[in-house]
Design a protein around this ligand. Structure first.
Ligand SMILES: Nc1nc2c(ncn2[C@@H]2O[C@H](COP(=O)(O)OP(=O)(O)OP(=O)(O)O)[C@@H](O)[C@H]2O)c(=O)[nH]1
Ligand SMILES: [Mg+2]
Length: 379
């Protein structure tokens, strides 16, 4: 594992290679959140998915038809599998889709739970102002397949945060039917796009995401947190957990004080940590080369001797680091790890907030290192 590079200085290329491998493992460990989305054509399935998971799923994910009207997309990082019923109508094609889904669900029953379908969203556009028996039947059929169904009324205009009364009426009507809706028989109201003409703002997306968290199995939540782009607090919580685990490991390594000359022993653990953080934030794995380069730059400062860099440069910024004279204690190893983890988490957040094209440019330059140092100093 990482031990092959312990106990001596390691160069940037080596760190980069290690980071690439760890990143792959980190993505594999997160697994995949599988979501199925249904609703008549034009209700806003693609728009809603894009608002919560980013446009890259439908645009760059490789679509594979499951059956006529049902396409399976995979997030580039493998974090999200999406069954999208494009151009879906109930009736004949609905039956076909159900048959294909049944096959899929039965075929994956024996597989690990992270490979099954974890949730279904059924979308109804508020302005249709009706919910037909066939739609109710379809919802029941999904539920019978064992899928938790979240019913979403879409494109709902609000004024001062209050949904259009007829959308509320439609939601109340659907709830009155006693369908097996999750969570708690409730309908979720959303609007995924600002409407500049009416001024109706985006609305209800966090509620839909929260509802989804409530119904998906525990094994799929880490992938959901990484894949979604809406709730940064959940990403931060996941990052915090990773940092705390890594601090505990590093403090264990430093329990016997490490001579400065052997400080490279700390590097593999930092590489693993920043790889796990990168995956947890859901930074696109298709850019893992750029990410690995940025991670290696940050840990080595562009120098060739990562161990010495950690000591001479990073320790300056760490409480207690300056006073260390000849060896790194458990406390210092822990603080160093925490500092590195928190600074890298901020770099991830910065990168995540950038549009795709700019993100590439950011990762390719010196900016990640500069930002990383600024965060490390600024804590
Ligand atoms: N204002 C507003 N417009 C929306 C919303 N959702 C979708 N639209 C618009 O409605 C149209 C259809 O949305 P899509 O997301 O393509 O619908 P879809 O369900 O994926 O449709 P198919 O792929 O054909 O099944 C687009 O022009 C969207 O811009 C929304 O929440 N609010
Ligand atoms: Mg669509």
């Amino acid at each position: 594992m990482g031990d092959e590079v312990a106990g001596r200085d390691i160069d940037r290329t080596e760190v980069e290679r290690l980071f690439g491998a760890r990143l792959g493992e980190a993505f594999d460990a997160l697994g995949c959140f599988n979501l199925a989305v249904f609703g008549k054509t034009g209700v806003g399935k693609s728009t809603l998915v894009n608002a919560i998971f980013g446009a890259q799923v439908a645009q760059t994910g490789v679509g594979r038809p499951v059956t006529r009207g049902l396409v399976y997309y995979r997030h580039p990082g493998g974090l999200l599998g999406l069954y999208d019923s494009e151009g879906f109508e109930t009736g004949h094609s609905g039956d076909e889709i159900l048959a294909a889904l049944r096959e899929r669900v039965e075929g994956t029953r024996g597989l690990p739970v992270d490979q099954r379908i974890h949730a279904a969203w059924y979308l109804v556009r508020w302005s249709d102002r009706r919910f037909e028996d066939r739609q109710a039947d379809f919802v029941r059929a999904l539920s019978d397949l064992g899928l938790p169904v979240v019913l979403v009324v879409t494109q709902v205009p609000t004024r001062d945060g209050v949904p259009h009364p007829e959308a509320l009426e439609l939601a109340a009507y659907i709830e009155s039917l006693g369908l097996p809706l999750r969570p708690g028989g409730k309908v979720v109201l959303t609007n995924a796009l600002d409407d500049p003409f009416t001024g109706a703002p985006v609305f209800g997306l966090q509620e839909l995401l929260d509802a989804t968290y409530l119904v998906v199995p525990e094994v799929a939540t880490a992938a959901l947190t990484a894949a979604q782009i809406l709730d940064w607090e959940r990403k931060r919580q996941a990052a915090k957990k990773i940092i705390n685990q890594s601090v505990a490991v590093a403090a264990g390594v430093g329990a016997t004080p490490i001579p400065f000359s052997d400080a490279a022993i700390l590097v593999p653990a930092q590489v693993t940590m920043i790889a796990r953080l990168t995956a947890a934030y859901g930074l696109p794995a298709d850019r893992s080369r750029a990410l690995a380069a940025a991670g290696a730059l940050v840990l080595t400062g562009g120098a060739t001797m990562a161990g010495r860099y950690l000591v001479t440069s990073l320790l300056k910024f760490i409480p207690g680091g300056q006073v260390a004279t000849s060896a790194i204690s458990a406390t210092v190893a822990g603080s160093l790890t925490r500092g590195v983890g928190m600074a890298w988490a901020r770099v991830c957040e910065h990168a995540l907030a950038l549009p795709d094209a700019e993100r590439d440019r950011f990762l390719a330059g010196n900016a990640p290192l500069e930002l990383f140092r600024a965060y490390l100093k600024g804590r």
